[in-house]
Write a protein that binds this ligand. Structure first.
Ligand code: GDP
Length: 369
């Protein structure tokens, strides 16, 4: 039996086998003194926090634990996948603690966007999903937009308490926390990690100068988001890093749009009208006749219809159909969670069929913009 080494940073049992699991340390780093896990190494040297993947049970236990504390909860959601990244039921778990909703990635919408309208839209959607928030802040963690507002609100609602940051994976939690470490924490003190009682989750405490902390919690994985279902190398094409250029298509009924080879949008029935696509600029949209769509997909996916490549496609669930009716006079979006959305500017109504990898959540909502 080998001696079990522990990380001198967080105390976790070290292992050299699996970089995606906690306690990982590259073999050659074992020779260094002090021995610390790769996660602590990154925090220490780069002020960088890497996400770990908890199981749902542990995540819920951790959330209930937050409910027993007296703290401010920051819930970070992704503006690009709002419904996919919102933690429904968060309210139930965090008890009476106030929730500050931080909506990230505002840089993806055009600068000329009516932000007040967006804020109202967010408040309404949050309310409808049962989330009572003290306030909503829009920001871009990556482009450093909206942080003055965020720090102001933190000061206003924190009232000398700890801050728990919760969110779904890929919402930008690490990027946000890293920015908070730079702008807001007490850099003289050490970052520490500890474990939630009764779970295998570990969390990172970022000290504030009043002795309280910002606590980073592991991101929750929602398997109904396309971003969680694809192989890792595909992620950069799904996650836009530049302002999205909406593309407008005038379609007649019985026309189809392919979004790369990831999804398909059939306009089955309705008068000629326009559809606006909000997807990453690196995803080409291909228009065809509905009657040709099956054949095109069967013969040209991974080639004309890409990304993803043929090899990547083998690791993504097959397409499943979702019929959608858009009522007369409604301005709606059809969101394909993790991929983007199509706005239907429908004065007359439309019958649609969405084809998306099996398991991906499809949401029809009031249009965002
Ligand atoms: P986490 O899983 O919630 O910790 O998310 P990360 O911080 O790792 O970010 C996930 C992805 O979103 C990365 O590709 C980031 O570069 C990207 N990202 C984070 N914040 C923003 C933002 O404000 N705007 C844009 N466009 N991308 C962002």
């Amino acid at each position: 039996e080998e001696d079990l080494l522990q990380c001198e940073g967080c105390g976790i049992e070290l292992q050299t086998d699996d970089p995606s699991r906690l306690g990982y340390v590259p073999e050659q780093a074992l020779l260094k003194v002090p021995v610390i896990c790769q996660r602590c190494y990154r925090i220490k040297h780069y002020n960088e926090i890497s996400s770990v993947t908890p199981n749902q049970d542990d995540f819920l236990k951790m959330l209930s634990h937050v409910g027993e504390t007296n703290s401010l909860v920051i819930h970070i959601v992704d503006l690009f996948d709002f419904e996919g990244s919102l933690i429904s039921g968060l309210q139930r778990f965090v008890g009476n603690n106030p929730i500050l909703l931080v909506v990230n990635k505002m840089d993806l919408l055009p600068k000329v966007t009516n932000w007040n309208r967006i804020l109202n839209w967010i408040r309404k959607q949050a309310k409808e999903s049962g989330l009572k928030v003290v306030d909503v802040v829009l920001c871009s963690a990556k482009k450093n937009i909206g942080f003055d507002r965020l720090l102001e609100k933190l000061g206003e609602y924190r009232k000398g308490r700890d801050v728990y940051v919760v969110g779904a994976t890929n919402a930008g939690k690490s990027t946000l926390i890293n920015r908070l470490i730079r702008d807001y924490s007490d850099l003289e003190s050490e970052l520490t990690t500890s474990q939630y009682p009764g779970t295998t989750l570990d969390l990172v405490r970022i000290p504030l100068d009043d002795g309280k902390s910002i606590i980073d919690t592991p991101g929750i994985v929602y398997s109904y988001r396309l971003t969680e279902l694809v192989p890792k190398p595909v992620l950069p094409v799904l996650l836009p890093d530049k302002t999205i250029k909406p593309a407008v298509y005038q379609l007649n009924e019985k026309q189809t749009l392919f979004i790369g080879g990831f999804a398909r949008f059939d306009f089955a029935k309705g008068p000629r009208q326009s559809f606006t696509c909000f997807f990453s600029n690196s995803l080409p949209v291909h228009r065809t006749k509905l009657e040709r769509a099956d054949e095109l997909y069967n013969n040209h996916r991974g080639e004309l219809l890409k990304p993803p490549t043929k090899e990547q496609l083998e690791q993504i669930p097959p397409l499943a159909k979702h019929p959608v009716s858009i009522r007369k006079g409604q301005q709606s979006d059809v969101l394909i969670s993790g991929l983007g959305w199509i706005k239907i500017n429908s004065p007359e109504g439309a019958e649609l069929v969405i084809h998306a990898p099996k398991g991906v959540k499809i949401v029809v909502r009031d249009s965002l913009i």
